[in-house]
Design a protein around this ligand. Structure first.
Ligand code: 5RP
Length: 240
């Protein structure tokens, strides 16, 4: 369904700008979410016109969409090194640190991005923030002992001066289960002044499978605005 606020058009602009980076023969990681869906849709058209490449999807939803469009798929076991991953984000800060996982695919997204020489983010302008944390941070946990893990997440947050509601994600009246069979806690910590410190603290908890802080992953972000697409990178912002 198209978003009533017009963000779908801005997401589409960003997705199309990033699609220009895709070249024949590439090994490409495909993200998850409504923006990535628009990318895969456009990629499907290019494939139908003859573009030959091979892709690794970051979720079962993206796999199903890409397969239906005739996009050739592989796995990281067959193809362990990718050229580029294009994915959405829930928040992007000026240093290209991200919050991801709103769509519940953060674990595969991080594995795929880590296997890629480059990661490029696509988003509408609402995702751009000065500081991460307005969007609750998704933390993927194993179902076993998840109540205890929740308390350890709370302790980890406190150790870096953060606190807030930590809520087990629900969907359709049931606990949401990721493609990997795990649960997600959405952590409303508010402003995360030092994301690196929080990431380190969360990584020490045995029940935490992965968290949605993507630090040092993205080299660039294409952000759709009503005026056009802005490309954010270490060199600063520039219009596309
Ligand atoms: C999924 C993600 C998505 O990239 C993120 O939630 C952005 O989604 P959308 O493009 O629908 O705004 O991290 O796990």
């Amino acid at each position: 369904m198209e978003a009533a606020d017009g963000s779908a058009e801005l997401k589409r602009k960003a997705a199309l700008a990033a699609l220009d980076l895709v070249e024949p023969g590439m090994k490409l990681g495909l993200g998850t979410g409504s923006t990535a869906k628009l990318l895969v849709e456009a990629l499907g058209k290019r494939v139908a016109e003859g573009l030959d490449l091979v892709c690794v999807p970051t979720s079962e939803a993206t796999r199903a969409q890409a397969e239906a469009l005739g996009v050739r798929l592989t796995t990281l076991d067959e193809t362990p090194a990718l050229d580029l991953t294009i994915d959405g984000a829930d928040e992007i800060d000026p240093q290209l640190r991200l919050i991801k996982g709103g769509g519940g695919a953060l674990l595969r997204e991080k594995i795929v991005a880590f296997a890629s020489a480059r990661m490029v983010v696509i988003a509408d302008q609402s995702k751009r923030v000065n500081e991460l944390g307005r969007f609750p941070l998704p933390v993927e946990v194993t179902p076993f002992g998840h109540g205890a893990t929740r308390l350890r997440i709370q302790d980890a947050a406190r150790s870096v001066g953060l606190a807030g509601e930590i809520t087990l994600r629900q969907r359709d009246g049931r606990t949401f289960v990721t493609d990997g069979g795990n649960y997600i806690y959405d952590c409303a910590f508010g402003r995360i002044a030092k994301p690196e410190r929080l990431a380190e603290a969360l990584a020490t908890i045995p029940g935490v499978v992965e968290h949605g802080l993507f630090i040092g992953f993205a080299q660039a972000a294409f952000v759709g605005t009503p005026e056009g697409v802005i490309r954010i990178s270490a060199d600063g912002d520039r219009e596309q």
